[in-house]
Design a protein around this ligand. Structure first.
Ligand code: GLN
Length: 611
């Protein structure tokens, strides 16, 4: 396979910094001093699960402080915001990772990214025993990475033996009751969480999980709730790089977290996750190559959070009116004419993609601008991938506003939008929601709008009555004599609901004039599924297309209610000329041509309005 430009670029970055000699490997945890300073791996993972990697991207090292934001996320999930904020704040300390930055009054650590705050956070990890809590942490890290992770026991024991400063911090936290019980317990768990072995690739996937709103893009499993993911990214932004945080966000502009083993994890929310491993550190404890690589990446790929133009795809796919598109009901020509003349008061808005404030706001504007000419509005969400609560609120407020203007609104294609359902449950009663969301399909909602519009112009729906031969669409312009001659050749049929009058694939030798009731035209979409593509009422013909080409039936026609129809055998039609009725045959053909032309025109209009 040919090499992606992304891969080539990563290789170039790796070559560029591989021979760099700056920085020193951390030795205050003796076991870390054994790291090979030349090891260097880079990985980036996209929110759709593509991973690019170069160098020692699979080499294991301990996660160290990069565990802190992940455990902070877990604490938020299990203990809730209030409990977490009671133990640790969210203010940057501007001090080193091992600083003893505690609020002088409450003893509360300033933020969860310094060791003091992290130990306080770790004390919130749930579990009945030390072993259970360790398992819970491993499970968390494994879910973030998308595969099972384990401890590097040597590093863990080494830090447990020598971590006197962290031990002192834990006791200070106990002194101010931020920790309760034996401080050695959360301390020990903290040492364990720092010793989980990961690779640069793992960090990239973990970062991509944070970029992806808390869902691991490889496994598709949710690890954190979206609002907690946002909180984690916030503290990473302000405190992730300790006393380098300000410069980092200024130059690189990605929430990030570093660890003393040489790991660096950076997130561009909504886009990518970055993982880097290179043990030599600068005096602030951040990986020297890690910082260089991220700075270049951010600059060359335009990844700075505050320089990235927000990509907002317009949510409005198409605006159509009831004069251009019609429901699947094939209507009598009177009704079609009426809809062509009055249908523009029905406005259909097809939305698509992700609805967020910025993509939805222009839709609100155009709906309201055009609302003075509207009597009915259909908002179709069938192509909307997802929507946030802000959009739910704006949609419902829009509908309420339209209601005050006397406009009836239908919301279609909303069946699978769970955020909307949850939101609606808080705001509307069941009846209100039913009125809004039923019928749930665009074509049915449209049909009901059409009926409303027609109601204002005709006294009875055509499909309820009995439409005699003279008023059949295909019989326009026939003289009484011609109607008589045609009538002599027709056989009345009467069928209950649910009968396949014509079956797709079968040979065609007749056609029908529907005089009463309603039939549906069904297309086979696969072995076991049929789709209703249109409905016809009295006054319309069916099976008539084969009169032109004599090909087998292309669709199945089934009675939707009890029907009455008049059957014309093609053999009788063919004999009309010999019987001296060539003029009748010609008129029927001409009418058929004009009906087919009309259908082609409206199909074209529909395609055009979709552009
Ligand atoms: N385990 C290390 C410590 O507590 C983590 C520090 C870090 O990675 N910055 O000192």
């Amino acid at each position: 396979m040919s090499t992606s430009p992304v891969q080539q670029y990563l290789q170039h970055l790796h070559d560029k910094y591989a021979r760099m000699e700056d920085g020193v490997v951390a030795t205050y945890i003796p076991e870390l001093g054994r790291a090979n300073p030349h090891q260097f791996g880079i990985a980036i993972a996209t929110v759709d699960g593509q991973v690019y990697e170069v160098g020692d991207s699979h080499a294991p090292f301990t996660i160290q402080s990069i565990s802190k934001p992940l455990v902070y996320g877990l604490a938020l999930e299990v203990a809730g915001l209030r409990q977490v904020l009671a133990r640790v704040g969210v203010e940057p300390s501007g001090e080193a990772f091992n600083s003893i930055s505690l609020d002088p009054r409450t003893g509360r650590p300033l933020n969860p990214m310094i060791n003091a705050g992290a130990i306080a956070t770790t004390s919130l990890v749930p579990g009945d025993s030390p072993l259970a809590r360790r398992q819970r942490l491993l499970q968390l890290f494994s879910e973030f990475a998308g595969h099972d992770l384990d401890l590097d026991e040597a590093v863990y024991l080494s830090e447990r033996e020598t971590g006197h400063r962290n031990r002192a911090i834990a006791h200070l936290l106990r002194n101010s009751s931020i920790l309760t019980g034996d401080p050695e317990e959360p301390l020990d768990l903290y040492f364990q969480q720092c010793s989980v072995a990961v690779s640069a690739r793992d960090l990239a996937v973990m970062a991509a999980t944070l970029a992806n709103g808390g869902v691991n893009p490889l496994t598709q499993r949710r690890v954190l709730q979206p609002h907690n993911t946002g909180r984690v990214l916030s503290v990473m932004t302000s405190c992730g790089m300790y006393d380098y945080a300000g410069e980092w966000i200024y130059n690189v502009g990605m929430p990030a977290k570093s660890g003393v083993a040489g790991g660096l994890l950076a997130v561009l929310p909504g886009q990518i996750g970055v993982g880097i491993f290179s043990p030599p550190l600068d005096p602030k404890g951040n990986s020297v190559r890690g910082i260089r690589v991220c700075t270049d990446l951010s600059h060359d790929f335009g990844l700075h959070l505050f320089n990235t133009p927000r990509v907002v795809t317009p949510a409005l796919k198409a605006v159509q009116t009831g004069a251009e598109v019609r429901s699947k009901r094939l209507r009598h020509r009177h009704e079609i004419d009426l809809l062509r003349r009055h249908g523009q008061t029905i406005r259909i808005y097809q939305l698509r993609g992700r609805l967020i404030f910025a993509s939805l706001e222009p839709v609100l504007r155009s709906v309201l601008q055009q609302s003075t000419q509207a009597t009915h509005v259909v908002l179709d969400l069938a192509r909307v991938a997802d929507l946030d609560r802000a959009s739910c609120r704006l949609l419902l407020d829009l509908i309420a506003q339209l209601g005050r203007q006397g406009i009836r609104t239908h919301l279609t294609g909303a069946g699978d939008k769970t955020t909307l359902h949850d939101y609606v449950a808080e705001r509307l009663d069941a009846e209100g929601w039913r009125r809004l969301s039923e019928p749930s399909e665009l074509t049915e909602a449209l049909e009901s709008c059409e009926n409303d519009v027609l109601k204002r112009h005709v006294s009875a729906p055509v499909h309820l009555g009995e439409v005699p031969l003279a008023e059949q669409e295909l019989c326009r312009g026939l003289t009484p004599g011609e109607l008589y001659d045609l009538g002599c050749r027709l056989t009345p049929v009467e069928l209950p609901a649910g009968i396949a009058v014509l079956s797709a694939g079968s040979p065609a030798d007749d056609m029908y004039f529907l005089t009463h009731g309603e039939v549906g035209i069904f297309l086979q979409t696969n072995e076991s599924n049929e789709q209703l593509i249109s409905r016809l009422g009295p006054g319309m013909g069916f099976g008539e297309v084969a009169l032109v080409d004599r090909e087998p039936r292309s669709a199945t026609v089934r009675s939707l209610v009890p029907i009455r129809a008049l059957r014309l055998a093609f053999s009788d039609f063919d004999q009309l000329a010999d019987a001296g009725l060539g003029h009748l045959q010609a008129k029927l053909f001409a009418n058929l041509a004009s009906v087919l032309a009309g259908r082609l025109r409206s199909a074209n209009a529909e395609i055009r309005s979709l552009r």
